[in-house]
Design a protein around this ligand. Structure first.
Ligand SMILES: Nc1ncnc2c1ncn2[C@@H]1O[C@H](COP(=O)(O)OP(=O)(O)OP(=O)(O)O)[C@@H](O)[C@H]1O
Ligand SMILES: [Mg+2]
Length: 243
C-alpha cells in the first residue's frame, strides 16, 4: 500500500463536527489514478459527509485533505471542480426546468478547468444512454435517469477524481451492470473513483478495495472479501441499523 505524498488524494485524520457531534472522527485514506475505492458502512456512519468534505461542500474541522500534493480543505466546490474533483449526490438536484443537454452544458461551462481536455458532450450523453432524452426537461426524468444525469453533469467537467454517492440505488439489475461497467471504464481511463454504496454486489463488481466506516471512524481497509470475514465489520453490520 502506497503512502507517498504523490497520491492523487490523501485524506489525513479528517474531523467534521456538527455542533458537538463528530460525523467524521479522524478519517484517513488515499486514492490514486485508475483506482476505485469503496466507502461502505451503516446509515449515518459518515460516508456522505466524507464526500461532502472532499468535494468542498463543508470545510474540515481538523486534519488535512490533499489533492495532487496540495491542501484543498476548505476550498469551495466550484474551485475544486475546476481543479479536477467532482461528485454525484445521494439525492440529485438538477435544474428541473432545463433540458438534460442544458444541465450538462452548464456543468461543463462552469466546472471545467484549464489544462484538461473538454469532453465531447454528445458522446458523453450517448455513452450514458441519455442521448434520446437530451431535449427533455430534467424534471421529466425518473429517479434512475436523474442519477445518470447527475453522473453526466459531473463527468462534463472531466474530473480526475470522481466521488459517487449511492449512484446504484434504484437501478434495476441490467442498469446496475451497465453502471458498474461504466465506472470500471472510467477507472481504466485513469480516473480515481470513491464509490459510496450499500449494495455489496455493486461494490464487489466495481471496487479494488474498500474502507468500512462506523460512527465517523474507519474500522477496516482492504478487499471486500476480507472485510466480510472481519469480526468488527460483521458486528457493525449485523448489530447496526441493517440488522
Ligand atoms: N448538515 C448536517 N447537520 C447536522 N448533522 C449532519 C449533517 N450532515 C450529516 N449529519 C449527521 O452526520 C452523521 C453522518 O451522516 P452521513 O450523511 O455522512 O451518513 P451516511 O454514512 O452517508 O449515511 P447513509 O448511508 O444513510 O446515507 C449522521 O448522524 C447525520 O445525521
Ligand atoms: Mg449518505
Amino acid at each position: 500500500m502506497s503512502h507517498s505524498a504523490a497520491n492523487l488524494l490523501r485524506v489525513e485524520q479528517v474531523v467534521k463536527r456538527f455542533g458537538g457531534f463528530r460525523a467524521l472522527d479522524g478519517v484517513s485514506f488515499h486514492l490514486d489514478p485508475g483506482e476505485v475505492l469503496g466507502l461502505v458502512g451503516p446509515n449515518g456512519s459518515g460516508k456522505t459527509t466524507c464526500i461532502n468534505v472532499i468535494s468542498g461542500l463543508y470545510p474540515p474541522d481538523g486534519g488535512a485533505v490533499m489533492f495532487e500534493g496540495r491542501p484543498i480543505g476548505g476550498m469551495p466546490m466550484h474551485m475544486l471542480a475546476r481543479r479536477g474533483i467532482n461528485r454525484t449526490f445521494q439525492s440529485p438536484k438538477p435544474f428541473l426546468s432545463l433540458t438534460v443537454r442544458e444541465n450538462v452544458e452548464i456543468a461543463a461551462a462552469y466546472g471545467h478547468g484549464p489544462g484538461r481536455a473538454a469532453p465531447d458532450l454528445r458522446a458523453l450523453l450517448a455513452s450514458l444512454e441519455l442521448d434520446g432524452l437530451a431535449e427533455r426537461a430534467a424534471g421529466d426524468l425518473n429517479s434512475a435517469q436523474q442519477k445518470t444525469l447527475d453522473l453526466a453533469r459531473a463527468l462534463a467537467t472531466a474530473p480526475r477524481l470522481l466521488l459517487v454517492d449511492e449512484l446504484a440505488a434504484g437501478l434495476n439489475p441490467a442498469e446496475l451492470l451497465r453502471m458498474a461497467e461504466r465506472l470500471r471504464a472510467l477507472a481504466a481511463d485513469g480516473m480515481a473513483l470513491l464509490v459510496v454504496e450499500h449494495l455489496m454486489g455493486f461494490i464487489d463488481r466495481v471496487t479494488d478495495r474498500v474502507i468500512v466506516m462506523n460512527a465517523g471512524k474507519e474500522i477496516f481497509e482492504g478487499t471486500l472479501a476480507t472485510a466480510t470475514r472481519d469480526p468488527e465489520v460483521i458486528r457493525v453490520f449485523l448489530g447496526g441499523a441493517h440488522g
